[in-house]
Design a binder for this molecule. Sequence first.
Ligand code: SDX
Length: 429
Amino acid sequence: MSERAILKIGDREIELSIVEGVEGDRAIDISKLRDLAGVIAYDPSLGNTAITKSAITFVDGENGILRYRGIPIEQFVEKPNFVEVAWLLIFGRLPTRQELARFSEKLTENELLHEGLRHQFQHIPVDAPPMAILSAMMNNLACFHQQLLSVEDVESLEAAAARLISKVRTIAAFSYRRSQGLPFIYPDPHLRYCANFLHMMFSLPYKQYIVTPEIEDALNLVFILHADHEQNCSTATVRTVGSARANLFASCAAGVCALWGPLHGGANVEVMNMLEAIHTGGMTAEECIRLAKDKSHPFRLYGFGHRIYKNYDPRAKMLREACERVFAKLQHQDPLLDIARKLEELALSDPYFIERKLYPNVDFYSGILLRAMGIPTNMFTVCFAIGRLPGWIAHWREQHEDPNSRIVRPRQVYVGPPKTDYVPLNERK
Ligand code: SDX
């Protein structure tokens, strides 16, 4: 008989089954708790609660392990191909050569924006936050591609995924060009995914941007390392919105909004602000550490700490190594990398961080690599979103196809006023 959990409440004993994951993770099934025991569980940030079973990504926070559909992320470093990993996450296996070619072709077919959508950029303030533009334009895609509002088979899912993954890159590049007062550069169908993004970001009408292999590989790796991370805040948001049977565009636009937060994807911008402040003398690394430990101050050591990783985030390690590799190859230098290394060294030798198991996370080094590509700080979280989109789509699909999926509707413990009567306006003090 499989293991059970016994919950004693008063003089009653309630037996609860245990749900087992394939890597030894176990969960007490409380899905019938209220019916069985007349009580509900209380777990405000869901840090102790599985909201689903999932076969997409495995994270072992204690040992710093991250696998996409079982494949350790370290195995993508050799020849990083973001489009291939996007397929892996969404369709559950590595694509055949034909499938990869077909999907790449679909990305090429979908790289243009509808001219009606493109014209809308003209009315956006040049200093608009890029994440606001991205979430708005992603939702806006639903207006121009209404045929993909309902995705009921694999073919239409692949079409919607290709459309979103391709157009998110064009939207991001156009928002950057708008902010710089530069003419939009249309996608080049002869370029691969990442090279095309950098072309749309940095080419000029009279001078094509030519990406080096090192930079193209580095951007593929950045997008791959951001592609999925199980039930993180933005992915859980996509699943919550999708659980209401909201369409893929709306669900992913909601994910963009959650990712924008400085505690989540927005941290990569805060890391750069922190490193810049140290570089320009606004504060020393030691002051930064001291401030991060000061509970009376809202400042945190951005790029450090993680709900799941109580060890070094494997992505941070790979991004730091990628910085060192690319910088050496391009004979590029950036004082912010040295500052980041010094901050890491100070924090990892400080009892405050050691006791709390706070290590560098994916955001600590990612910005330094993006900066080396010429991508401005305010576009870092947009790049995170481009990378994370396949993960959001994969989770939306997994939930959409789950026959047991129900609308997400948490309960609460009410702590408001007891029953109170209405007081007419003329009787109020
Ligand atoms: C991402 O979930 C995911 O997988 C996310 C992500 C993904 O791929 O989707 O990995 C991407 O969002 C990475 C995280 C990016 N955010 C930051 O770098 C912001 C700085 N980090 C923290 O705000 C914090 O570590 C979080 C938000 C990442 C995690 O928050 P938790 O799990 O709620 O941890 P907590 O706030 O309860 O912290 C526990 C203790 C507290 O101190 P005590 O109350 O025990 O005294 O650690 C302290 C915190 O004050 N702490 C920090 C800190 N992170 C935690 N103190 C200073 N600096 C920090 N960075």
